[in-house]
Ligand binder design. Structure first.
Ligand code: PMT
Length: 409
């Protein structure tokens, strides 16, 4: 798959594989892509600004404080200009800087200020790659949402053999082709998704409410993962401290009823993913003033059921999204209970999380889930970061659309 008519920002790092960046630039230019490059100080030991400028037909960017172009504020304008940023070779040292969030030169500052996807293409000695410190950095960076390609197994410039060889310019080129193909498919089709996240609050009076421990993390991560695929995503969220990306339309609500109304307003959509922990019940009476202790005569609160939002979507005759994914928070008989929820609410998939464990689920950075489809097929994802689980769900969404819609092929 080839990549055409895109704006690619390369960051060329300090490793012998830097020379391959020149071949990649040629390949990209031959296919009508606009290429700009930042050359790091250590990258300059391997390739020159002159060779890069000759091939890109653009100035080579080198300094954070450039008297000739700082009016453009390069560290902001470069990432806004690019469709993607590719770092090659990504050295062990550069990964450490990124995982620490450093902004000490133009390359690291552009990345920290970036609103675009960043593809890291590592290359280093095999021992450096498998070192625990490097692997820890890989995990941190994956969690931040950085994309990785390679490294490959092979003979390295140092003469040793193993994992550490940089992906070839051809491999990088076809990775970019696939990446943009997926993104453009969803964009072209104007695929729209809605995601619900967080808890709801059901007020008894102006200060007291019924709610739960949901933080919104799982739902926010899903919205971000869908957005990365190029899907126009609306996030409808209960009270949460999290901040969503600017590109995600975010509607904040408080109660289940408000969430239901916001979901209705958002229709029609193609995909609905309901990760919110919606309160099943609300107090029948909500006092306009704070209830005084002395005034409480009975010791029970009368409740009534809230509308079931995912069921409303799953059984919607007029605007049923073509993919409805519900969640199930369970402590026992996980798969059985989740599958009956899938049936009852007419979902296409249900993601069941085991909330009996303290180290995952509600208000944790981690989750352990099984994803069940309407034929009962189960995919288990062991304990992992919620961002990882969100990406796995986004991949399933992608597969479903590729299968369901022949014109996607
Ligand atoms: O927010 P986090 O801290 O990251 O935690 C994530 C999570 C554990 C809350 C999330 O992964 C999750 O499991 N969400 C669903 C929790 C839940 O309410 O499950 P349930 O089994 O009670 O509901 C089943 C499904 O019906 C859910 O998709 C829920 O959003 C939906 N529902 C429930 C009630 C209602 N009135 N309307 C609904 O749409």
């Amino acid at each position: 798959m080839s990549v055409k008519n895109k704006k690619i920002l390369l960051i060329i790092g300090g490793g012998i594989a830097a020379y391959k960046s020149l071949d990649l630039i040629r390949l990209l230019k031959k296919n009508n892509n606009d290429v700009k490059a930042i050359l790091t100080d250590s990258g300059k030991e391997f390739v020159t600004p002159l060779s890069i400028t000759t091939l890109t037909k653009n100035k080579t960017f080198e300094n954070l404080f450039d008297k000739n172009s700082e009016a453009d504020i390069d560290h902001i304008s470069l990432s806004r200009w690019a469709d993607i940023i590719v770092v090659l070779p990504t050295t062990a040292n550069f990964m450490t800087k990124l995982s620490l969030g450093k902004a000490e030169d133009l390359a690291t500052t552009v990345i920290l200020a970036s609103n675009k996807d960043i593809l890291l293409v590592p290359a280093m000695n095999v021992r450096m790659w498998i070192h625990k410190a490097t692997q820890k950095n890989v995990k941190i960076l994956q969690d931040y949402g950085y994309l990785f390609l390679g490294p490959e197994k092979g003979e390295m410039a140092c003469g040793e053999y193993g994992e550490g060889k940089m992906a070839s310019p051809r491999q990088i080129f076809s990775y970019l082709g696939n990446y943009f193909n997926k993104k453009d498919l969803f964009k072209k089709k104007r695929i729209k998704a809605l995601v619900t996240a967080g808890p709801t609050r059901e007020y008894l009076d102006p200060v007291r409410y019924i709610s739960n421990e949901s933080s919104g993390k799982q739902g926010y991560e899903i919205a971000h993962a869908l957005n990365r695929l190029g899907i126009k995503t609306t996030l409808i969220t209960g009270p949460s401290n999290l901040i969503s990306k600017k590109e995600i339309k975010t509607k904040k609500i408080i109660s289940a009823n408000e969430m239901f109304e916001a979901v209705k307003k958002c229709l029609p959509v193609d995909i609905a993913i309901c990760a919110a922990a919606v309160a099943d019940f609300k107090p029948i009476i909500k006092s306009k003033t704070k209830i005084k202790k002395d005034n409480i005569k009975c010791k029970s609160i009368e409740l009534e059921r809230n509308r079931d939002i995912v069921e409303f979507l799953g059984k919607n005759n007029k605007h049923r999204p073509s993919l409805v994914i519900g969640f199930a928070a369970e402590t026992e008989n996980l798969n059985k209970n989740a599958f009956s929820k899938l049936r009852q609410k007419n979902c296409d998939l249900i993601v069941v999380n085991d909330i009996s464990k303290k180290d995952s689920g509600l208000n944790s950075d981690y989750n352990r889930v099984s994803i069940i489809d309407n034929s009962g097929k189960i995919k288990v994802i062991k304990k992992n970061k919620k961002s990882f689980i969100a990406n796995a769900i986004a991949e399933i969404v992608l597969d479903k659309f590729l299968i369901n819609d022949r014109s996607f092929n």
